[in-house]
Unconditional design. Sequence first.
Length: 224
Amino acid sequence: MTARDDILASVRRSLHASGREAPRRAAVAARLAEAPLGIVPARGQGDAAARIATFKAEAARAAATIAEVATAAEVPVEVARYLRDGNMAATLRMGADPRLAAMPWGETAVEVSHGPSDGDDLNAVSAAFAAVAETGTLALVSGADNPTTLNFLPDNHIAVVFARDVVGDFEAVFARLRAAYGAGSAPRTLNFITGPSRSADIEQTLMFGAHGPRRLHIVLVGEP
């Protein structure tokens, strides 16, 4: 028995309860299912077009760059353009996300490798689980499809976001997460990323790449 177990056991004895009573469990389940939302800012709300416009503006304000393409098939060409125009190596690491795998990377000169990063990769691409209009934030879940190392270790991170996944606020992201994964099967990590890594801890001088990528490029796909 730990000190925590001792304390909880004392509480249960004082309440004459074991914690396994059906009415108590039902009350807890109902509370979790019907918990009211807190205050949600209006900035990220509106129809799809308004949410996307807000997301683009907030992401740009956080120093991310953004490009829009009409279909997923156009993503590789946009990524190749971004690397070429930035005088970056034509290499790219990605996970096993089927949305990325279905894109025609072979039609570009970009050399694609797969799996988690070991820290030696210059460029990586991930597919976002969702995006938050309110703050221009990306929501990325961990796993083999999009390894978390790709979000933090390469110098340049490219994130593919589908327009249908741009939501108004963080509460909507958690609702989507619960709907997608169900109880007890959530991904190990949910990362919220707003712009490239930066810090002004040293003499108030803003430095990019302090804890992660120096650049964040978002490819927004309009295709449903």
